[in-house]
Ligand binder design. Structure first.
Ligand code: HEM
Length: 432
């Protein structure tokens, strides 16, 4: 039995008597989980956590407190509800009250929220990796990478943070050196500046949202990268929704700015794949045995973004790409309005000037090009990490990813030559 189980057992047994979510021993639960892996929590501990969940529901009468969501994420394998959202802890990132739809003119507030969360997630990753460099690694700590690989990891995390930091942090990043050599901002001071400004609920989110299934160090990186992409997809979906509404509003030309901002943020996020390519393939092959059933093919954020661009072809809607996200599929079948569909209507009605129509078309082309690069890079990463193995989302794996590259977000827009060359993943130093 792991050393942390017995003290945790006692704390949890005591907590059932004590009232209130504020006294819940989050730290002890997370420390134990990261020592053994979610897949290996003991049956008696899982049963006790389930009892805690029931007594919480009886006491508060509410199923949607942060603690209730935390326990649902923690108990996903026990409940048989384990999937990609629960593996990546996405329910923990939900706001208690749904955010109101953003007016088109206020999209910078939506981007500000995305930028802040991305900075927090990557600053937390930097702190976690820095502990290894300092000689005091925290769990999970199996198969620690060597310092050269960790140094590269920090630099790539910084590279994704810099554009967001330039927008939301005063003077933590030097715009001139970022423009000259991206990724050279010192990682530790940047992470500390971000974390120093974190609110209590953000600290709780960071502390509780990495729930690895096994005990290998690199799974922490994997989870933080997935969460950072999901944060970005959420921004992209909300902003494209605003673009659709802008097209039929008083200032239809604003749609071009919104679509261009989506393209920019996705472009800035591409180095996340190089960051993830520093994951040691041998570690991934071990811990993915326990992630079966959780695949990003179930990402509602990604499919929502896609379906705000244009309505997918029926064959794709009926394929695993969309049967894996039934709520998004239903929204499409119920007639979700899209940028391409709305734009064709407003052009036909004469509502959009030639100049605005040209700007929207140019922004859509930019987004198409950067999304093609996203798919190419994702494909190459999968080749490196899993080769000919099948996916965890019950597709044949790499051949599936190759087949989706031909899809287009805006099939009605002539996109010019496809940028199939895409960016290469950076070469990795030999893994330690
Ligand atoms: C080790 C790295 C990765 C590997 C080996 C990998 C592999 C795969 C595979 C094999 C699929 C096909 C579905 C399945 O059977 O699972 C897939 C789908 C997908 N992955 Fe990844 N992936 C990786 C990283 C990522 C990351 C970081 C993201 C960002 C969120 C991501 C997003 C997606 C999405 C959105 C799909 C669905 C694509 C579609 O249906 O068109 N993947 N991935």
């Amino acid at each position: 039995m792991a050393g942390t189980e017995e003290p945790l057992w006692r704390e949890l047994s005591g907590w059932r008597g004590a009232e209130g979510a504020k006294t819940f021993p989050y730290d002890a639960v997370i420390d134990h989980l990261r020592e053994v892996g979610k897949h290996f929590l003991s049956p008696r501990l899982l049963a006790l956590l389930d009892t805690c969940r029931q007594s919480l529901a009886e006491r508060t009468g509410e199923g949607d407190t942060y603690l209730a969501r935390f326990l649902d994420v923690l108990l996903d394998k026990y409940d048989g509800s384990y999937d990609y959202p629960s593996y990546t802890g996405l329910p923990l990132f939900q706001q208690s009250a749904p955010e109101p739809a953003e007016p088109a003119g206020n999209w910078t507030a939506t981007r500000h929220r995305r930028d802040r969360l991305v900075l927090l997630l990557l600053a937390d990753l930097i702190e976690f990796e820095q502990l290894v460099l300092d000689g005091t690694p925290a769990d999970p700590q199996g198969a620690l990478p060597d310092p050269a690989l960790l140094g590269k990891r920090l630099r790539l995390a910084v590279r994704v943070m810099e554009p967001a930091a330039l927008r939301v942090l005063d003077s933590a990043v030097d715009p001139v050196s970022v423009a000259a050599t991206p990724g050279r901002t010192p990682a530790r001071p940047l992470a500390m500046a971000v974390l120093a400004a974190a609110a209590d609920e953000e600290r709780l989110l960071l502390r509780t949202s990495v729930q690895p299934v096994y005990v290998l160090h690199d799974e922490y990186l994997f989870l933080r990268v997935l969460q950072t992409f999901e944060t970005t997809f959420a921004f992209m979906s909300r902003t494209l929704d605003a673009a659709v509404r802008a097209l039929t509003g008083e200032q239809p030309g604003d749609a071009a700015t919104l679509i261009a901002s989506v393209a920019d943020v996705l472009r800035e996020s591409l180095p996340l794949f190089s960051l993830l390519a520093t994951m040691q393939p041998e570690s991934f092959q071990v811990f993915r045995q326990y992630t079966d059933g959780a695949s990003a093919i179930q990402s509602e954020g990604y499919k929502t973004f896609e379906t705000y661009c244009s309505t997918p072809a029926r064959a794709r809607l009926d394929s695993p790409a969309f049967t894996a996200v039934p709520r998004v599929r239903e929204a499409v079948l119920a007639g979700r309005e899209t940028v391409q569909g709305t734009w064709e209507d407003v052009v036909a009605s004469g509502w959009l000037t030639e100049q605005d129509a040209g700007a929207v078309r140019a922004a859509a082309r930019q987004l198409e090009a950067v999304h093609q690069r996203w798919k190419q890079t994702h494909y190459r990463l999968a080749v490196r990490m899993i080769g000919e193995r099948t996916g965890t989302g019950s597709t044949e794996g790499v051949p599936y990813l190759k087949s989706v590259i031909a899809n287009r977000l805006f099939p009605a827009v002539q996109s010019g030559p496809s940028p199939v060359a895409g960016p290469a993943l950076e070469q990795q130093p030999a893994a330690g």
